[in-house]
Design a protein around this ligand. Structure first.
Ligand code: NAD
Length: 497
């Protein structure tokens, strides 16, 4: 067995006894780099039981002590930033610079977790009735769990377990089976930072292991990030088993280009936001809506896109890496063909892309469509590849209406020099994260990651104050301390004062 990935159960990195193994590959070569166990039921049970036991101690640890664990963890993550990014590049194919960004966005959430105390403050009102005070406190829930996708192997696990654990919970993580190695390094560093045994567990697998977590009575919350169908399934199953669920799903993010915008800024940002990370970002811009005269910029956009090319993670000239798997590449090829068959104009076709020295990688070159309408599958489906589709609109109102009709609501942006247009857009658009001359408006962790509509199932979003609410329960206490001279005898009515 090549490089078997361990489970993390009860504080021990241990080999699974399973007979079911998956291959982890390097997407630039499709060579197998590790073997991944699908955890057996007994192993899943041990992980959850150990997390439940650890909770009984961890919830009593003083809040500043829990915060200090996160400070030490943040320090270690920064110290190992480069090596984490290398591991991440190897299993995702991301360029080293992009992989470092992935780790960095996770480190920022750990910084927020180190500041947990200010988000754990309750409220108090004195004298709600004579000599009676009411105050609320925030308490952890128990065992929380996270199920993560392939495309941000550092950032997305770090959206979840540091805040949950800082709030006093324990955590079971099931990373993507395609990119488990970064999660294991994150867990090793967490242990090195002093995380007590059992506070974080890692299990591996696919649907069967996820189903186990969805049904287990000890698990109180499910945090999921991934594709739409699975997000819907997780939300339905999780809530059916009376768990609190936040499920972040797929997207189709539009950039509105107004004719008064700065053309060079538009073109540079469109190229980067659509093909960066091979388009495998939930906040990638996959649709450009060219308003009025902005449609004349298409030839320059095409020229700029044709100048960027994918390549190996350690090639400093590479704009982005390969797709995650041959299946992902085939799916993108199929959608490009459907776009052509359905009548869109394929201005740039990335299907025949080759990278010197890496003939087996899952490469797709930058792909650009014009003449697209809302009925075409390249508009309706999340492509998750380096493909940008362009639609046209006569006015800002038409562009807003188009975006609001799309079922997704993760991110959107407008490029304009007109403040009134920008303000109208931010006010009327039915999308949870809006950029104004910013193509990928991912909020920093003191805000929350607020996808809407078909891109999110649940109520409370990732990181920020909302995540602390998600990982905690509010308890309200009403208290009276009797003076000796208080009149005695039963009180049989509801007090009005
Ligand atoms: P995916 O849905 O295939 O997998 C996500 C997780 O779900 C993995 O851990 C996987 O093992 C598990 N899973 C897969 N099939 C399952 C099933 N049938 N039942 C139970 N669990 C199952 O997603 P992916 O391909 O790894 O990630 C890409 C998707 O994630 C894209 O759609 C992207 O938009 C989305 N995404 C969304 C956000 C966001 O914040 N909205 C962020 C990143 C990625």
């Amino acid at each position: 067995m090549l490089n078997p990935v361990p489970l993390l159960i009860d504080g021990e990195f241990r080999q699974s006894a399973t007979t079911e193994w998956l291959e982890v590959t390097n997407p630039a070569t499709n060579e197998v780099i590790a073997s991944l166990p699908c955890a057996r039921d007994e192993e899943m049970q041990q992980a959850v039981a150990s997390a439940a036991e650890a909770f009984q101690t961890w919830k009593h640890v003083a809040l500043p002590e829990r915060a200090r664990l996160m400070l030490r963890y943040q320090h270690l993550l920064k110290e190992h930033h480069d090596s984490l990014a290398q591991t991440l590049s190897q299993e995702t194919g991301k360029t080293l610079a992009d992989a470092k960004g992935d780790v960095w966005r996770g480190i920022e959430v750990v910084e927020q977790a180190a500041n947990i105390a200010s988000n754990m403050m309750g409220e108090m009102v004195e004298n709600v009735a004579t000599d009676i005070d009411t105050y609320s406190m925030i308490q952890p829930l128990g065992v929380c769990c996270g199920i993560t996708p392939f495309n941000f192997p550092a950032m997305i696990p770090l959206w979840m377990f540091p805040l949950a654990i800082a709030a006093g919970n324990t955590f079971v993580l099931k990373p993507s089976e395609q990119v488990p190695l970064t999660s294991m390094r994150l867990a090793e560093l967490f242990a090195q930072a002093g995380a007590p045994k059992g506070v974080l567990q890692i299990v591996h697998g696919r649907k069967a292991q996820v189903d186990f977590l969805l049904q287990h009575p000890e698990i109180k919350t499910i945090s999921f990030v991934g594709s739409v169908k699975v997000a819907q399934y997780i939300y339905q199953q999780g809530t059916q088993h009376f768990k609190r669920v936040q499920a972040f799903a797929g997207a189709k993010n539009h950039m509105v280009v107004m004719p008064d915008a700065n053309k060079d800024q538009v073109i540079n940002n469109l190229v980067g936001a659509s093909v960066g990370a091979a388009g495998q970002r939930c906040m990638a811009i996959s649709v450009a809506v060219l308003v009025g005269g902005a449609k004349a910029w298409l030839p320059e956009l095409k020229a700029a896109m044709s100048r960027v090319q994918p390549g190996a993670w350690n090639d400093s000239n590479a704009a982005y890496g390969p797709l995650i798997s041959p299946q992902a590449k085939e799916r993108v090829h199929r959608l490009i063909q459907e776009g052509i068959d359905q009548g869109a104009v394929c201005e740039l076709d990335g299907r025949h892309c080759q990278v010197a020295g890496l003939p087996n990688g899952n490469w797709v070159g930058p792909t650009l469509f014009s003449g697209v309408n809302t009925e075409m599958s390249i508009y309706r489906e999340e492509i998750f590849g380096p493909v940008l589709v362009c639609l046209e609109a006569d006015s800002l109102e038409e562009a807003i209406e188009l975006i609001n009709r799309n079922p997704y609501g993760n991110g959107t942006s407008i490029f304009t020099a007109n403040g009134a247009a920008a303000r109208k857009f931010q006010h009327e658009i039915q999308v949870g994260q809006v950029g104004i001359n910013v193509p990928i408006p991912v909020p920093l962790p003191f805000f929350s990651f607020t996808g809407w509509r078909g891109s999110f199932y649940g109520d409370l979003h990732a990181y920020g104050k909302q995540a602390v609410r998600f990982f905690t329960e509010t308890k309200t206490v009403t208290a009276r301390w009797f003076d000796d001279d208080i009149p005695s005898g039963p009180n049989l009515t509801i007090n009005l004062r």
